[in-house]
Design a protein. Structure first.
Lengths: 194, 260
């Protein structure tokens, strides 16, 4: 991480290899953030590309004194995702939740064993399916809090709402998520039975 | 505390952000309300599920795609271009085909008898290659054929010799003992031994010369072995009696090639 400012300087100087190194170092995390918001791999790839285009265009505004590069990158990504999420909210409400169920990630880690990969994939699918059933407001709050580990104040800044509202949305989102998981429990049991 | 009040406080309770009084009230309600207790457990499970969620692996082409979208197509370096040309050649199928081509070419050159160190203009003509390869192939076949027939002759001769030995064995014990001639060289070394196997030797003019002794053929058996093509062999098998010791006699059979 100590090399990040140097990489940013080299990227700003027009060195493509430095920009590529930054991309390779952060694309996975940004991609996962996008996937949590969208629940679709193809849309997550498009959003990841949009985020990095925005980062590439605004790289000169990054100031080392304001914080580490990953923090700045995450902030840019979250802002872009929240904007995108709100823009497409109506489409999401009218679209079928399960239409993209078959596109859930099929590239498990090569390190884990087959059973661990299956279990990991099942948990991932269950969580994504449950998140997809939340309302957009509650969903983005839960993602930022429980998947991105942001503080209430940070979420408040990203979403542009008071901290009290953030807390309320997170609480209601967690309750809704628990109910959805409860309803999905029989399906989960069927899926894991041999 | 009502169910609704508990639902409003469940996140703060699970994150440990309630003061002692509120926490005691929540726990008291949970102890008396199985539904709220189950709901709280499920909320905790959901939070743990979110926090333990593992990252996905993005598509391998994602970085290249973003690179194209940001800085455009990157110009490949000289070595990358060279590697892109060589990479298809290094494919196992191509390498195998090239190796087989080289191997076949070397066989053709070898069979055609072309010396690459002293190559001539006519050696470059494929017709010459074909002619030489055809000629050498036929020669090789003829040699192999001759070798097979030679083997056949040898086995035939051995069979005939065995027959002759079996014919001569019943009368051998009745033959009178002969004293060895003076200067007979072969008798001394085999004294006291019964020559059970006939010796095979090449003779000239039906005479066998061993030292100073000249032995005449006792009997002579012509043998003709014909081949399917132009080759035929005439052999003559002769058996000679000669003394090998003071008290014993021996015999030797010789094979002489008359024509070939």
């Amino acid at each position: 991480m100590d090399e990040q400012p140097e990489l940013v300087k080299r990227a700003l100087a027009g060195e493509n290899s430095a920009w590529e190194e930054l991309l390779r170092g952060h694309s996975r995390k940004i991609y996962n953030l996008c996937y949590r918001f969208t629940g679709r791999t193809s849309e997550a790839e498009d959003l990841t590309q949009e985020v990095f285009i925005k980062v590439f265009q605004t790289l000169r505004t990054y100031d080392v004194a304001q914080g580490a590069f990953p923090t700045w990158l995450n902030r840019v990504a979250r802002n872009h995702l929240v904007d995108h999420y709100r823009r497409t909210r109506k489409d999401r409400l009218t679209s079928s939740i399960d239409e993209d169920a078959g596109q859930i990630e099929e590239r498990p880690s090569q390190i884990e064993g087959p059973m661990a990969r299956v279990e990991s994939r099942e948990r991932r699918e269950l969580l994504q399916a449950a998140l997809d059933r939340l309302s957009p407001d509650m969903r983005e709050a839960v993602i930022l809090r429980d998947l991105q580990d942001l503080e209430y104040e940070e979420i408040s800044q990203v979403l542009g709402v008071p901290v009290g509202t953030v807390k309320s949305r997170i609480n209601r989102g967690r309750l809704e998520l628990a109910r959805v998981l409860k309803r999905m429990e029989p399906m989960r049991g069927q899926g894991t039975e041999p | 505390m009502t169910h609704m009040e508990l639902e409003n406080l469940v996140s703060d309770y699970l994150e440990g952000q309630l003061d002692t009084v509120r926490r005691v009230e929540v726990e008291a309600h949970l102890n008396g309300c199985p539904e709220c207790k189950e709901l709280t457990a499920t909320v905790r499970e959901g939070i743990e599920l979110c926090r333990s969620a593992e990252d996905l692996e993005p598509a391998p082409w994602l970085v290249s795609r973003i690179m194209r979208a940001t800085v455009g197509e990157r110009k490949a370096t000289f070595w990358e271009q060279a590697a892109s040309y060589i990479r298809p050649v290094l494919h196992p199928r191509v390498a195998y085909a090239v190796a087989m081509g080289v191997f076949s070419f070397s066989i053709i050159i070898n069979v055609a008898g072309i010396n690459l160190r002293h190559i001539k203009a006519q050696d470059l003509n494929p017709r010459t290659w074909f002619y030489q390869a055809n000629r050498n192939g036929h020669l090789l076949y003829a040699r192999a054929e001759k070798f097979c027939y030679d083997l056949k002759v040898v086995y035939e001769l051995e069979t005939r010799l065995r027959q002759l030995r079996q014919q001569s064995e019943p009368g051998k014990g009745e033959e009178p003992k002969q004293s060895p001639p003076a200067g007979a060289p072969a008798g001394g070394s085999t004294e006291g031994q019964q020559p059970s196997e006939p010796l095979l030797a090449l003779v000239r003019n039906s005479k066998l010369e061993i030292g100073n002794s000249k032995l005449e053929a006792r009997n002579s058996l012509p043998l003709r072995v014909g081949g399917p093509r132009s080759s035929s062999f005439d052999f003559r098998i002769s058996t000679f009696d000669f003394p090998v010791s003071n008290s014993q006699t021996g015999s030797v059979s010789s094979v002489r090639s008359i024509t070939q």
